[in-house]
Design a protein around this ligand. Structure first.
Ligand code: GAP
Length: 453
């Protein structure tokens, strides 16, 4: 997708109600976006596809929904208070502030090379909990959803009787005070993550890492990303996060080049080890902070040796906003229809489309046609195929154009033949081929269930 098409995609997102600048009427707040009526449907469908593949279609993963505000101790012992920072520099000439590793020694604002020495800038948003503002009440907005999965590890095991290997999945908001948010919803300060922590026996971690790489590649291809826009990158040792033994990035070819959609990390026993009391009892591989405050040992018993051990963790961690941007980028298509005509189509996979079917009346001022449209909408909603929209522009051409642009797979048109002839029929128009078929309304439920299966 060329850069100009990216601008058109951003404009479509606003015009059609996918994504808006946050607090737009006050000039926005940098690095924050709001999802509009169609954006929320698309994002929910992406999250549902992830949850289905992680939780419903497997027998070894449980779900969790934890609080966003996080006890300071959690992020102290996880290492985030000390190490979750980016190198920041100031331009002494224009006073701009940037990430040192992204600007190559020259101010991107004014070109000056007169920059301060890089210094670490912690990315966590700090706040206080309760009416008294002091250091004892400091909490953070979580910078990743993962930490609560680790701190709830014991409660989940105790309440579900799970045995290793098994995982805990969570989708939710995370917050990072990025020095330079950029590229629309790619790098923002408030975003959603879909993370799964898969707990395995030490020594079995590497095959499980390979396994999850393959699972996640397949999932992304199922969401419609094409192989040529997709790359898998194994991080070099100096690129790894403070907790990781290995990490594979899944990257997508955005307008500005390949960039990260998801990281699949081998976090070893780093996190469970850090949050565990009496760490010295365990043969931990990862270097841990000494922890005298935890009340629990986050460990399991080896059934063969009867010894306690701290599991290793494999973590596929996806950015939901980045997924949304990649899926929109891939789907955005401009088609030349010949004779000076063209159209924009969002070729979204059916399961991701915000609206599954649009009911279009041939004439909006015909009471009989409108009544039939309302009746059909009620019937189709009950099928459980997703959102059914009723168009009331009264202009079929416009309705088709709008639904092509927002990725609605099917438009169903009610015309005079529908209400005058028996058996009662409607037309169904396919978004991608623009082919139309005539179908009896009695056959619609079976047809649509099969189509959206
Ligand atoms: N728990 C592991 C973890 O948080 P990460 O690589 O820092 O690892 C995982 O983040 C994913 O979260 C990234 O691959 C990306 O998709 C998404 N992500 C991270 N920072 C983001 C930001 N500022 N804006 C949007 N998405 C972000």
């Amino acid at each position: 997708m060329p850069a100009t098409q990216m601008e058109q995609l951003v404009s479509l997102c606003k015009r059609r109600g996918f994504i808006f600048q946050n607090s737009d009427i006050y000039g926005g707040l940098q690095g924050l976006y709001d999802y509009g009526p169609l954006g929320v449907e698309l994002k929910n469908n992406i999250k549902a596809a992830w949850w289905r593949s992680m939780v419903y279609e497997r027998d070894d993963i449980e779900g969790l929904d934890s609080a966003i505000l996080t006890n300071r101790k959690v992020l102290h012992y996880s290492g985030h208070e000390d190490t979750f920072s980016d190198p920041m520099v100031d331009c002494k000439k224009c006073k701009g502030r940037f990430r040192a590793d992204q600007i190559g020694g020259v101010c991107p604002n004014c070109g000056s090379t007169d920059l301060t020495e890089p210094r670490p800038f912690n990315l966590m948003f700090k706040t206080t909990v309760g009416p008294v503002v002091n250091d004892d009440n400091i909490a953070y907005l979580r910078p990743e959803t993962a930490q609560a999965i680790f701190t709830q590890f014991k409660n989940v095991i105790d309440s579900t009787s799970r045995k290793l290997p098994f995982g805990i999945a969570q989708i939710g908001k995370s917050f990072r005070n990025e020095i330079t948010p950029k590229n629309f919803i790619f790098r923002v300060r408030e975003f959603e993550q879909a993370e799964m922590e898969f707990f395995v026996k030490p020594g079995e971690d590497e095959p499980w890492h390979e396994y999850w790489k393959q699972q996640r590649i397949n999932w992304w291809l199922d969401q419609g990303l094409s192989k040529e826009n997709f790359r898998v990158y194994d991080q070099k040792p100096d690129e790894l996060a403070h907790y990781a033994k290995a990490c594979t990035d899944i990257e997508y070819k955005f307008v500005w080049g390949f960039d990260e959609l998801e990281g699949i990390a081998n976090r070893r026993d780093y996190d469970l080890g850090n949050h565990t009391k009496n760490q010295e009892e365990f043969n931990l591989e990862a270097h841990c902070h000494e922890n005298k405050e935890s009340t629990t040992k986050l460990c399991v018993r080896d059934e063969e040796t009867n010894k306690l051990y701290v599991p290793f963790v494999i973590e596929p961690s996806m950015g939901v906003d980045r997924a949304t941007l990649a899926i929109l980028t891939e789907a955005y298509t401009e088609e030349d229809l010949g004779e000076g005509n063209s159209r924009i189509v969002l070729k979204l996979k059916k399961h991701l489309a915000p609206i599954k079917i649009a009911i279009v009346p041939l004439k909006k001022n015909s009471a009989e046609i409108m009544n039939k449209c309302h009746e059909l909408k009620k019937q189709l909603m009950k099928l459980g195929i997703g959102r059914v929209a009723l168009e009331n522009t009264g202009n079929i051409g416009k309705a088709y154009r709008r639904h092509d642009e927002i990725g609605t797979p099917l438009c169903l048109t009610v015309d005079f033949e529908t209400i005058e002839q028996q058996p009662e029929t409607v037309t169904l128009r396919d978004r991608d081929t623009m082919q139309q078929i005539r179908i009896a309304t009695a056959d619609l439920p079976a047809y649509l269930r099969e189509y959206f299966a």
